[in-house]
Design a protein around this ligand. Structure first.
Ligand code: FES
Length: 82
């Protein structure tokens, strides 16, 4: 989430600042680099995503994804606003 915002993309509002209470950082994971793996969704992340009208199989809350070298090259699409 922070990387997206630092890139100047204002579509990710991230109203709660990453405290897992708003879901305004919803993204779709389009592509993950070979050999990289995203952590599974937590129960709280699942609950927030379930409330979205735009939930997809590849939905994630970007504030819950810790970016590191293994995810360099990950591609995401910002989900429509609920
Ligand atoms: S920024 Fe609020 S849940 Fe991600």
């Amino acid at each position: 989430m922070q990387n997206i915002r630092n890139a100047g993309t204002e579509e990710v509002q991230a109203i709660c600042g990453g405290s897992l209470s708003c879901a305004t950082c919803h993204v779709y994971i389009d592509d993950v680099p070979a050999g990289a793996e995203l952590p599974p969704r937590s129960r709280d992340e699942e609950d927030l995503l379930d409330a979205s009208d735009h939930l997809e199989e590849n939905s994630r809350l970007s504030c819950q994804l810790v970016f590191g070298p293994a995810l360099d090259g990950v591609r995401v699409t910002i989900a429509p606003e609920d």
